[in-house]
Design a protein around this ligand. Structure first.
Ligand code: NAD
Ligand code: GLY
Length: 374
């Protein structure tokens, strides 16, 4: 199968996303021409290291590149401030210089952490993204948002810092737990809902095959997602207009659900985005913007592939006592809320998303009450 290339056009910070099988084993030859020196430090996590770490080191060595590896614990805790500090000291122990390149091998946690480490180490060294979750391949490895968490909220410290190259090896998705795969699929479907109804229809027809492991359809889904994200990032790299904000479809609701469930394993980020997109479409219907049939399609497809589209299914047997006022309070604490004003991505239909800062709170409260009761 051929490798697909999606360019991210950002003048002097442009780079390519390569998508296809076997890319980890070709990482040395594919990146050699971009490296400032023949030395890289791979940052990975304890789950991904035993699966792909040795193969990546060998791939660099075959190209005459010396590769050291630093391994962090798997999971969101590695984006805590203390973990970031520990990583920076471990990296400095390896005596990097300004020509050393960091390589992020892992999901969004490793990518966000390594990207911010690269932005900060010696005032900035290059980095390469090798995303190993579907979510990271279609979203977090592309576009240069890097960062860590604080007790004030997620991703509140960070930098816009673009990688030099993204290698999305589609083979690695075979070891990804199905729940993580599904969470990433919510972000794939998101691109159709934002502005590409044709891609949404393709998802309705082919989503199950993507999740079941069809290699050609998986590659197509990742390529289309990266094309969408690259186009948006090229036009609004730092989210200074409302364009990049459209990528937050489902995130205002999703953030509230994640905050309520503790940003932990009870509800994964992509699962929260999936539920949030259903709620964003339902709210759009409630305030008369969106045809009810479009919201029904969103709920039907995301539910059919297995994403949680009903609040009552979150948390399994430990059914939560959701509360609309508490969810709205979480929304106010979200970094997307400007001066306390809630920001939503709403839709006039499938593929017709827009930013709204004028949502009537009575309608929002009523929507949440009905989602809780459903
Ligand atoms: P993650 O990085 O925690 O990975 C999920 C789990 O899968 C981890 O346990 C990991 O070890 C494991 N894993 C990774 N690849 C694997 C593979 N191939 N086989 C088996 N197991 C594998 O989670 P994620 O969903 O990839 O990323 C979530 C993070 O991404 C959050 O911190 C979120 O804030 C961030 N994010 C950032 C952006 C951005 O634009 N920068 C966008 C979306 C999300
Ligand atoms: N994941 C949202 C963004 O990259 O802007």
């Amino acid at each position: 199968m051929t490798v697909r290339t999606v360019p991210v056009n950002l003048a002097g910070r442009s780079y390519d996303i390569l998508i296809g099988p076997g890319l980890i084993d070709r990482a040395g030859e594919l990146s050699a021409g971009l490296l400032a020196s023949r030395r890289v430090i791979i940052v990975t996590d304890e789950t991904v290291a035993p699966l792909y770490g040795a193969r990546l080191v060998a791939a660099f060595e075959r190209a005459g590149i010396v590769a050291a590896t630093v391994t962090v614990p798997a999971g969101e805790s590695s984006k805590e401030f203390a973990a970031f500090g520990a990583l920076m000291n471990t990296l400095l122990d390896r005596r990097p210089d300004r020509k050393t390149t960091l390589v992020a091998l892992g999901g969004g946690v490793v990518g966000d952490l390594t990207g911010f480490a690269a932005a900060s180490l010696l005032r900035g060294v290059d980095f390469i993204q090798i995303p190993t979750t579907l979510l990271a391949q279609v979203d977090s490895s592309v576009g240069g948002k890097t960062g860590i968490n604080t007790p004030h909220g997620k991703n509140l410290i960070g930098a816009f810092y673009q990688p030099r190259l993204v290698l999305a090896d589609t083979d690695v998705l075979d070891t990804l737990p199905r729940r993580e795969l599904l969470a990433g699929y919510a972000e794939v479907a998101k691109y159709g809902l934002i502005d590409d109804p044709t891609f949404w229809e393709w998802c309705e027809t082919n989503g199950s095959a993507v999740l079941a492991g069809d290699a050609v359809k998986r590659t197509y889904a990742i390529e289309q997602s990266c094309l969408s994200k690259a186009r948006i990032v090229a036009a609004d790299e730092r989210e200074t207009t409302d364009l990049r904000a459209l990528l937050n479809l489902g995130h205002t609701f999703g953030h509230a659900l994640e905050a309520e469930t503790g940003f932990g394993p009870e509800l994964l980020h992509g699962e929260a985005v999936g539920s949030g997109m259903v709620m964003a479409f339902d709210l759009s219907v409630r305030i008369g913007l969106c045809p009810p049939a479009d919201a029904a399609r969103v709920r039907r497809h995301l539910g059919e592939v297995g994403l949680p589209v009903r609040l009552r299914t979150i948390g399994g047997d430990n059914r939560r006592n959701w509360d609309a006022a508490r969810l709205i309070a979480h929304m106010r604490g979200d970094k997307k809320a400007e001066a306390g004003k809630l920001t939503f991505i709403l839709a006039r239909g499938i593929g017709r998303a827009f930013v709204s800062r004028e949502v009537d709170e009575t309608a929002l409260h009523a929507l949440l009450d009905s989602a809780i009761a459903a």
